[in-house]
Design a protein around this ligand. Structure first.
Ligand code: BGC
Length: 719
């Protein structure tokens, strides 16, 4: 349809038909649809009638080509104006073939891997009938207590922005109307959901507008610049006003400043939740605030459908606001080609062929292999083929490695570590649980100890159950569960070399494991092919190359701890431990256990010869930074060369380091390469106290190295 036809369609719609387009409900409320959704109460309690359900313009959480085709057909038969349904779902890190969790994908520092994962997820979902994914989630995170850190790529605004773009490209491709194997993407959660106080889910967010713009907003903006079709509002308040009713945020920043004209959807029930926040007295007031703020679709509560008509009749809300919202929904349907082909990509035959196909599994394997981060290694890894190995721990033979938000992925399809290692390891291998995730029996411990006694090397497979992170998965204690720490203590007594592999959805407090182990491999929740990738790393056929994108704290008491922090007026000098009146803890270092950007390899890399092409630069005259990286070990490996900058003096204080560029390079043993980075004035801009975005002349330090801590240093002046 062209724009004129769409406008004509809007003209023909009754007010009731219009508001119905602005309601999204889960599939199981629709008669005859397969029950895939989850809902907190019966329809009557929600205030939703059968008519409202049947008229609503979009569906949440249904998948499966047959079910979607059936529902779309019956809906179209009843639709007076022939307006098709939109099907949306949470396709977060894969659909049926599950990729590593986004935090893990971030640790690959490989944008191609992220894009590919989204492309495959889109293809599998599109043939299963889905049109929109509620991804990417690009919330900047600094608090590993928050369970949803697993859904994002980490603590850095620049890196998160690059990943946001890569995911959008992967999901959407370049032509949504023509390319039926792609989905419309919905970037979330706008805004700053990742800054929930105390890491408690749904909690208050309160920060300066400068902080919001400087750190939290860039990744959403990047997704939109890449053409992301939709935005989801967050649950939290932003400067005292719930995002779903926040006019300044939504109309002001998102619509007017950034010119976003796509669909803005609330989060699940977040319009009605304005009542609990204390920002609206009832559903009607909540609807009023949300429509004025510019939220187009209401997810899972009926404030709009029940109250917008009367708000218009009473003159409190201008019908134009509703027309704008409906127009955006119709335009999205049109962009997806649904008016011409309401079934779009839904195809049961292709669905059978593509879901979990060999090619998709291969891509999931590659992503997992690149996402694991080697955190420590005293030489015990890779395993020597002639050694006797005991694989012990709740994840030794466990399929719960997909992670939260694994869509229609099934644990049974996951490659478990135990069997994968059995297949690959040529030496003697035993596999025992030792304990459960958070329980241990005497028999389990006995069997594990017996197996350990027979072995030369112990490999512990430990971690969190997948429901210990994800939505509603906040923790105050982010150590491994006590039963697993007890297992570590018991096995440690045997005095054998011990490597640990951890499966988890957040940076953990590794007390009780890190010092006790000779090697630690962070596997995250690695997805369907996770066991195969981890086994290949353990046996050495794959050289680990992941780098952390979120700092690992010394303990939870240090949280939030992140690399791009400020210096304070009394920075601590680590060589003077006795000083009292400096910014420090009396019982912990300030530095995290493992910094942003950190990760080891089975080979070693040496950095030398950092040069800055000039002492001075200007807007017209960028400069280059060169550094030579040499593979000093005995095997080929991938190094992620990272460049950070510090603006020495700012109108407002500037972080100690900020990532500005990086490059992944592949080096053969003995090979050296000079990596060149260009620095432009644009990269030196920041938000000033009046919110202007500009650079300041003066001194800048530049750091290049394998992580945000261990760097070579140079300097230049911006004139
Ligand atoms: C989550 C969103 C998700 C939505 C729909 C909410 O609870 O916060 O991220 O997209 O549910 O499932």
């Amino acid at each position: 349809m062209d724009q004129k036809q769409i406008a004509g369609l809007l003209n023909e719609m009754t007010l009731e038909e219009k508001v119905a387009q602005l309601l999204q409900l889960t599939a199981h409320l629709h008669e005859g649809a397969e029950d895939k959704g989850q809902i907190t109460g019966p329809k009557e309690e929600m205030g939703v009638t059968a008519e409202m359900v049947n008229a609503s313009g979009s569906v949440l959480g249904l998948s499966g080509a047959a079910s979607i085709i059936a529902l779309q057909k019956s809906y179209m038969e009843k639709s007076r104006l022939g307006i098709p349904l939109l099907f949306m779902a949470d396709v977060i890190h894969g659909f049926k073939t599950i990729f590593p969790i986004p935090l893990a994908l971030g640790c690959s520092w490989d944008l191609g891997v992220a894009e590919k994962s989204a492309e495959i997820a889109a293809k599998e979902s599109a043939v299963s009938g889905i049109h929109v994914t509620f991804a990417p989630m690009v919330d900047l995170v600094r608090d590993p207590r928050w369970g949803r850190v697993m859904e994002t790529t980490g603590e850095d605004p620049y890196l998160n922005s690059l990943f946001a773009r890569a995911f959008v490209r992967g999901y959407q491709g370049s032509n949504l109307a023509e390319d039926k194997d792609r989905l419309a993407a919905c970037v979330k959660h706008f805004a700053a959901y990742g800054a929930a106080e105390g890491g408690r889910d749904y909690n208050t967010v309160d920060m300066s507008e400068r902080q919001l713009r400087e750190y939290y907003l860039p990744a959403y903006k990047a997704a939109l610049e890449e053409g992301c079709e939709m935005v989801m509002a967050s649950f939290n308040t932003v400067d005292g006003i719930p995002a779903s009713g926040n006019e300044k945020l939504m109309r002001g920043i998102l619509r007017d400043e950034w010119n976003f004209d796509g669909v803005l959807i609330s989060d699940w029930a977040s319009i009605r939740e304005m009542i609990a926040h204390g920002a609206a007295e009832d559903d009607c007031e909540a609807a009023y605030r949300a429509i004025r703020a510019g939220v187009d679709i209401e997810m899972m509560t009926p404030c709009y459908v029940r109250h917008l008509p009367q708000l218009i009749e009473s003159g409190r809300v201008d019908e134009e606001l509703i027309d704008e919202a409906v127009l955006r929904v119709l335009q999205l349907k049109n962009k997806l080609g649904l008016f011409e082909n309401p079934l779009r990509g839904a195809d049961p035959n292709r669905e059978r062929e593509l879901l979990l196909c060999r090619e998709h599994r291969k891509a999931a394997y590659e992503a997992a292999a690149k996402s694991c981060v080697l955190l420590k290694n005293n030489g015990v890894l890779p395993l020597k083929p002639e050694s006797r190995v005991a694989l012990i721990g709740p994840f030794a033979d466990h399929e719960d490695i997909l992670g939260w938000w694994s869509c229609v992925g099934e644990k049974e399809d996951a490659v478990k570590l135990g069997p994968a290692l059995q297949e690959r390891f040529t030496g003697k291998l035993s596999v025992t649980a030792g304990c459960g995730i958070d329980s241990m029996t005497a028999e389990q411990l006995e069997a594990a100890t017996a197996a350990a006694r027979e072995a030369d090397v112990l490999v512990l497979a430990l971690g969190e159950a997948s429901d210990m992170s994800g939505e509603g998965g906040s923790r105050t204690d982010i150590t491994l569960p006590e039963a697993q720490l007890e297992l570590v203590r018991q096995l440690k007594r045997l005095g054998k070399p011990m490597a640990a592999v951890i499966f988890n959805g957040r940076p953990l407090d590794l007390n009780g494991l890190f010092d006790e182990s000779d090697a630690v491999l962070e596997a995250w929740f690695p997805g369907t092919e996770g066991g195969a990738a981890v086994a290949d790393i353990l046996t050495g056929s794959v050289n680990p190359s992941g780098r952390l994108t979120m700092s690992f704290p010394q303990s939870v008491g240090q949280v939030p701890v992140y690399y791009n922090a400020f210096n304070t007026g009394r920075p601590m000098d680590p060589s003077k431990t006795g000083e009292r009146y400096v910014s420090k803890y009396i019982d912990s270092p300030n530095e995290p256990l493992l910094p942003f950007g950190y990760g080891l390899s089975y080979t070693t890399f040496d950095y030398s010869g950092l040069t800055v092409s000039s002492d001075e630069m200007s807007a017209e005259q960028p400069l280059t930074v060169n550094v030579t990286v040499t593979n000093t070990g005995a095997r080929a490996g991938v190094e992620t060369v990272q460049l950070y900058i510090r603006d020495a003096v700012g109108e407002v204080v500037r972080p100690l380091r900020e990532l500005k560029a990086f490059e992944r390079i592949d080096l053969q043993p003995g090979e050296c390469r000079t990596v060149t980075f260009t620095i432009t004035e644009e990269q030196l801009r920041y938000h000033h106290s009046d919110l202007s975005f500009a650079s300041d002349p003066g001194l800048f330090q530049v750091f290049v190295g394998p992580n945000s801590r261990d760097t070579l240093e140079g300097a230049f002046r911006l004139i």
